[in-house]
Write a protein that binds this ligand. Structure first.
Ligand SMILES: [Zn+2]
Length: 156
């Protein structure tokens, strides 16, 4: 690998009672999901934006406007797949990623491995190169939403 690029992504969604919760493409047992035009998957959105950022491309909101009716309730995997397609087009592949989820609920630890395994499948890289960390805020964020920050390294 002779050229590397780093990208950073941030995303946040407020909770929505009764909606299914998806994190990293994995459905998580929870009384609430995340409000948003799509499935509200903060990990996939932050990761997609990190990859697009590393490539110097438009961001996720520009590529997939929330006014697009086709994207209503859509699985966020399609956003990630498009970012990966653009990376591949330029000859880049994902080297590793490090994501921090900020949420007081639900607990992330019991779901970490499933999320890493699913991201490993989606990205086509070993799960040892995927870090998912859950941080609680001791009430600062209460249970009003979930935030995700993600750093990704691309190489070619
Ligand atoms: Zn989002």
């Amino acid at each position: 690998m002779t050229e590397i690029r780093v990208g950073f992504g941030f995303d946040s969604h407020p909770i929505e009672e009764g909606k299914k919760l998806f994190l990293g493409g994995v459905q998580i047992e929870s009384p609430f999901g995340l409000k948003g035009h799509s499935d509200g998957d903060v990990i996939l959105h932050a990761l997609t934006d990190a990859i697009l950022g590393a490539l110097g491309e438009k961001d996720i909101g520009q590529l997939f406007p929330d006014t697009d009716e086709k994207l209503k309730g859509a699985s966020s995997e399609i956003f990630l797949k498009e970012a990966l397609r653009r990376a591949k087009e330029k000859g880049y592949e994902v080297v590793n990623l490090d994501c921090t989820l900020i949420a007081d609920a639900p607990k992330i630890a019991p779901h970490k491995e499933r999320i890493r395994e699913n991201l490993s499948r989606l990205l086509g890289i070993p799960k040892e190169r995927i870090s998912i960390k859950g941080k609680r805020t001791e009430g600062f964020c209460k249970t009003e939403g979930i935030v995700c920050m993600c750093v990704v390294l691309l190489g070619r």
